[in-house]
Design a protein around this ligand. Structure first.
Ligand SMILES: *Cc1c(COP(=O)(O)O)cnc(C)c1O
Length: 385
């Protein structure tokens, strides 16, 4: 199933078998800590994969967590009847109408959201997750205000059940100070909630994999489900047993020979020091490939016909250059993997991890996933079910 008809060879393939396998991996991590339930986080249109594309792969989750109401609506229209959590809750009083209509659970992180709920007319009391600011200082009630907020919510006829939620700022960190920050936030959360009824949700992907016992009754797994390591480079996706859920692939559309001193691309940023053979790939920053990858001294890693090579020079809007000098059998029309599987149909294929490409570009996998441009056609690869 491809949803854009285009002869340009770039393609994003979504792997349902990988999504299922990664979900199992997260469930295994939580099982060690006594069977937490798993929300599949599908904000930012499922981290750029497309909510409609990942649904079949992640419907084994206990719930879905999203940011925008359009994502919640898409899930309901695809037939999902289980829990859906709005990670930042309502942005205005009207959002609560949709929460009632679609039966959404929602986060309460500020007084205004409690006021809206108190004024909301509904016959269906809602389940809410009260957010504690345990140290991230982004959203949530400070520990000193938490109990009053809880008491206020518990009294409202609009509220069916109050649960507890917080977010770790340093769960992906290997450094002693990061590990200490998780321990500190966990303590703050315990102290604030200890004698209050309600289920708890703490862990993101990193916390669930690294500290399942501090992740709560409901974990919120995002990036790991899409097959990237939340704590790269301390750990790789292979270390965690995660499979890439997306392959970004294209083809070589031109081959050029370089003599010593010839340059490549805008700004002549790469200059050949020996005779070279290079390929031009139909993929550029307008597809979501990071332009900053062109700043990496040794280029960014790329697979051509499953063999590793690297980008040369700057990334253009629609094209990038790769070194073919050591790949005499590759050339015009060769298959290129920007990240993901060399063979999109094989789960045991050679993989180029999105984490490596992100690192070369000075960013993280999350940003690359979310940046895949609408002009890139998507196809869903069923894999074995
Ligand atoms: C995005 C998000 C998550 C998921 O984080 P990952 O690192 O992708 O697992 C969890 N909780 C909240 C509140 C989020 O915003």
């Amino acid at each position: 199933m491809t949803d854009v008809n285009n002869s340009r060879p770039i393609l994003a393939t979504i792997h349902l078998d990988a999504l299922r396998s990664n979900l199992t991996r997260i469930k295994t991590a939580t099982a060690l800590a006594g069977e937490a339930r798993v929300w599949a986080v599908v904000k930012a249109n499922a981290y750029g994969h497309g909510v409609q594309h990942i649904f079949e792969g992640l419907r084994g989750a206990d719930g879905f967590a999203c940011l925008d109401l359009t994502e919640a609506e898409a899930l309901r229209s695809m037939g999902w009847r289980g829990p859906i959590l709005l990670l930042e809750g309502a942005f205005n009083v009207r959002d609560l109408e949709l929460c009632s209509r679609l039966n959404l659970w929602h986060v309460i992180h500020c007084e205004a959201q409690i006021d809206w709920l108190a004024a909301h007319k509904t016959n269906e009391p809602q389940r809410v997750f009260l957010k504690l600011n345990s140290g991230m200082n982004r959203l949530g009630f400070k520990p000193a205000q938490y109990r009053a907020a809880y008491a206020r919510l518990a009294m409202l006829s609009q509220v069916a059940e109050v649960s507890h939620l917080t977010h770790y700022s340093d769960a992906d960190s290997d450094a002693a100070q990061g590990v200490a920050a998780v321990a500190r936030q966990w303590e703050v959360f315990q102290t604030a909630t200890q004698d209050l009824a309600g289920e708890c949700s703490l862990g993101n992907s990193a916390a669930t994999l690294r500290a399942a016992q501090r992740s709560g009754d409901w974990v919120r797994a995002g990036v790991a489900l899409y097959g990237a390591a939340p704590d790269y480079p301390a750990k790789t996706s292979a270390d965690w047993g995660l499979q890439p859920a997306m392959t970004l692939s294209s083809r070589i559309v031109s081959v050029q020979d370089l003599a010593v001193g010839d340059s490549v691309g805008y700004g002549s940023a790469f200059v050949a020091e020996r005779p070279m053979r290079i390929g031009t790939v139909a993929c550029g920053y307008a597809d979501g490939y990071p332009r900053s990858a062109g700043n990496a001294l040794a280029g960014a890693p790329v697979l051509v016909d499953g063999q590793r090579t690297r980008t040369l020079g700057r990334i253009s809007m629609d094209m990038l250059a790769v070194d073919l000098t050591h790949l005499p059998h590759s050339g015009f029309g060769s298959h290129v993997t920007l990240w993901g599987r060399a063979d999109p149909l094989q789960m045991d294929s050679v993989v180029l991890s999105i984490d490596e490409v992100a690192a070369a570009a000075g960013t993280i996998s999350y940003e690359l996933m979310c940046a895949i441009a609408p002009r890139v056609p998507r196809t869903v690869n069923e894999g074995e079910s």
